[in-house]
Design a protein around this ligand. Structure first.
Ligand code: MRU
Length: 351
């Protein structure tokens, strides 16, 4: 089932542009952007018009396909060189979600393996690989949702942070997947959605998706999670992830690690949900994960007519934080539910 009227990422009819829903405009307006040029694509990721780790991966796959159309006149080596430059540029747009570099390198590996092919064939292969990445994402999200749902009970109160739904992937989502799948099967959950300062993905996108699917959703400010937990409203916390280190440390939207500390204090299960492609075996721990720093204006002026704070105050705006593996009850992937010790369960699933 589709919970959104439109896919957040797809190709246009003639297959010469990537079409996205501009997520910065939701929920007020549904605006589509048709992107053909490298810098437009870079900006779409950078400004969060397209966002959410798996969705960025699918988008990157399609971008490489569309950009290859400009290189069909090149020779074999020139084609590969130009596509590597495109990939390098896109990879600079956001550093934390591993799915971006994962999809870009997958596309580069594809064309590098075609030693005897010309640009036309390599370009065609990039389109086919992009479709495969997209279809895999849909399948992975469904498996994650099934696995997550097996841990929940009808009537549960659930807390989520940021947006890890169909907008952040390509169907169902990861963190919201079990909720949406459960709704389809007659479960009634009570979902608390953190607003998620500073960009309000929870208030704008999660509330929009859940309300559209008919799920009972309550938006809270980020600093209200503790009272909700202490009042017994929350049975489990479900969040997505942008990169998982091989020891189970997990990067996700800023504020996630604080929720994990609170959940441990209250004895509430804390579940991280994501596809196997979010696990980065090159990172031994969360210390190896690069945290994106964003424009201070997202805090100071973006949502206000005039700045609220005094002139001269400084701002610190890390977009993600790392949740220590000790605070995580389980990592729910498409390949199964991983439990501590994560070093072992991750190694097993990745081999
Ligand atoms: O900055 P964003 O909105 O791209 O951050 C998104 C998140 O942190 C999500 O939880 C994560 O990417 C997983 S999405 C299925």
């Amino acid at each position: 089932m589709k919970y959104l009227d439109n896919d957040p990422v797809k190709l246009n009819g003639p297959k010469d542009a990537v079409v996205i829903i501009d997520q910065t405009r939701l929920p007020k307006e549904t605006v589509f952007l048709e992107l053909k040029k490298l810098e437009e694509m870079y900006d779409a990721i950078k400004t969060l018009s397209v966002r959410g780790a798996p969705c960025i991966g699918v988008f990157a796959g399609y971008c490489m396909a569309v950009l290859s159309l400009e290189q069909r006149g090149a020779d074999h080596d020139g084609f590969i060189k130009a596509m590597k430059e495109n990939a390098d540029r896109l990879n600079l747009s956001r550093p934390t979600a591993v799915n971006l570099s994962w999809a870009l390198s997958r596309q580069i590996r594809k064309i590098e393996s075609m030693t005897d092919s010309g640009p036309e064939d390599m370009s065609r292969a990039l389109f086919e690989e992009a479709e495969r990445i997209h279809e895999e994402d849909i399948r992975m999200c469904l498996s994650i949702s099934e696995n997550g749902l097996s841990l929940l009970k009808n009537g549960d109160g659930l807390l989520t942070h940021c947006n890890a739904g169909a907008l952040a992937t390509t169907r169902y989502g990861t963190g919201l997947g079990p909720i949406l799948l459960g709704k389809e099967r007659g479960y009634e959950f009570r979902v608390y959605s953190d607003e998620t300062r500073p960009l309000l993905q929870g208030a704008r996108l999660t509330a929009y998706e859940l309300a559209k699917a008919g799920v009972d959703v309550t938006v809270i400010c980020d600093n209200m999670a503790n009272i909700c937990m202490s009042e017994g409203r929350i049975d489990a916390v479900l969040v997505g992830c942008d990169r998982v280190a091989s020891n189970g440390d997990t990067a996700n939207k800023i504020g996630t690690s604080g929720l994990a500390v609170l959940a441990k204090h209250h004895g509430i299960p804390f579940y991280v949900l994501g596809p196997y492609s979010t696990i980065d075996m090159n990172c031994d721990s969360g210390k190896d994960i690069k945290i994106e720093q964003r424009d201070p204006e997202e805090i100071s002026t973006m949502w206000y007519e005039k700045p609220l704070t005094v002139e001269g105050a400084k701002y610190y705006n890390p977009a993600f934080d790392v949740t220590d593996h000790d605070l995580i009850t389980a990592i729910i992937t498409d390949k199964g539910i991983l439990y501590p010790p994560f070093k072992d369960s991750i190694k097993k699933v990745m081999s």
